[in-house]
Ligand binder design. Structure first.
Ligand code: ADP
Length: 376
């Protein structure tokens, strides 16, 4: 089954309320695309439009280049896994996994081998005779994944598949999902999550959703290093968002002139927002020095999070290897490199993102989580 998903101007409305607004997005064959956004932003609705469980009010959905907008769910060649496992409680594991194969009228003699193959892929071969109630949450979710894979789908839809698991199981399952994807390099995966760590860890690209609209789309590195909007900057990783005024060759913030490497054509005197990641803010003298007073110190194991009041704005700095812990009220100097500051102009922040609809570059596998993305 060929894979790849394309949303072409897809809108969905419930009772006149648009919950997905003109989505244009392409998931390349073999690519993992995370749909990341807060609750209610339209992520699950987008996924259900691919599955065929909701009918778009406008636009078309393509799978493997074929327009499936009018096809019923069982004819779309998709596997789907949702948060609550949704296994049949009265069926043994093997019968749960065989269910989709029977529905697809796969030849009877072929079914045991296909069930065995899917259970082996998820490490559940030894549990074929058990009932769901005899399994842990993580094991049940593995069975649900096996059931989705048994039909050898071109497209795998995962809707918050880890959110019912505790933190330790979740990180184990993340590793498992990354391995599964390596074993199934042709399957396109659409992964709905509100958890940025899951998105950064698993996805080749992330589509950032907010209020029914696609806000931004790019590789995890692109969105983290060069966010285009304030929403992306604060939702993907941690950010200082400083209100600034654009000046020739830089910006002014709280009465201090700062150098930034790219003002992106913003007009002199325009107001904008400067994004600086907390782990790129250093303590002590350096370029773009800012004086302020410490209002909070949090010890976080490998770093100290300092909150520093600079001209009435709280700046976050995540500092490693502090020789002595600064005290509340101490006056300190912070600094950051011009290259580490990204100017989000008012236009870009308010306007329709142009990059969001762009076609994919060759998907690259991004396994590593990035420094400083998980803390709040
Ligand atoms: P997300 O997955 O990002 O949390 P959803 O796509 O589930 O968001 O929901 C988007 C919006 O659509 C929400 O405001 C939700 O309440 C609404 N919605 C979802 N499903 C239905 C439905 N069947 N009927 C009415 N409103 C719905």
């Amino acid at each position: 089954m060929t894979s790849g998903i394309r949303f072409d101007g897809v809108s969905v409305a419930y009772g006149g309320n648009t919950v997905l607004d003109s989505l244009d997005l392409t998931v390349e064959p073999g690519e993992v695309m995370a749909l990341l956004g807060p609750s209610g932003s339209g992520k699950t609705t987008a996924l259900r439009a691919v599955a065929g469980f909701v009918q778009p009010a406008a636009g078309r959905v393509f799978i493997g280049g074929r327009d499936v907008t009018a096809l019923p769910p069982h004819r779309r060649g998709i596997g789907m896994v949702v948060q609550q496992y949704a296994l049949f409680p009265h069926m043994r594991v093997e019968d749960n996994v065989a269910f989709g194969l029977k529905a697809q009228k796969v030849a009877k003699g072929e079914i045991p081998a296909r069930v065995g193959e899917a259970l082996a892929m998820t490490g559940m071969a030894a549990y074929a005779k058990r009932y769901p109630r005899e399994l842990s949450g993580g094991q049940q979710q593995r069975v649900a994944i096996a059931r989705a894979l048994a039909i050898r789908p071109g497209v795998l839809l995962l809707d918050e598949p880890l959110s019912a698991l505790d933190a330790q199981l979740r990180s184990g399952m993340l590793v498992e999902l990354a391995r599964l994807h390596r074993e199934l390099p042709d399957v396109s995966i659409l992964y709905v999550t509100h958890d940025q760590v899951e998105a950064l860890t698993l996805a080749d690209r992330i589509a950032v959703m907010d209020r029914a609209r696609l806000q931004d789309c790019g590789t995890p590195q692109e969105l983290y290093r060069r966010p285009r909007t304030e929403f992306t900057a604060s939702f993907v990783g941690n950010a200082n968002l400083l209100p600034v005024t654009v000046r020739a060759g830089g910006v002014s913030f709280a009465g201090t002139e700062l150098a930034v490497s790219d003002t992106d054509g913003a007009a002199d005197g325009a107001t904008a927002t400067l994004c600086v990641r907390p782990h790129l803010v250093g303590l002590g003298e350096g370029p773009n020095a800012l004086r302020g007073r410490i209002t909070e110190v949090q010890w976080r194991g490998s770093t100290h999070r300092l909150l520093v009041d600079v001209g009435g704005h709280d700046l976050k700095a995540d500092v490693r290897e502090l020789r002595e812990t600064p005290a509340l009220g101490d006056e300190v100097t912070l600094h950051f490199a011009a290259d580490d500051a990204v100017l989000l102009s008012a236009d870009v922040t308010a306007g329709a993102p142009s990059r969001a609809t762009g076609a994919a570059e060759a998907p690259s596998s991004t396994a590593g989580a990035m420094a400083g993305v998980s803390d709040g």
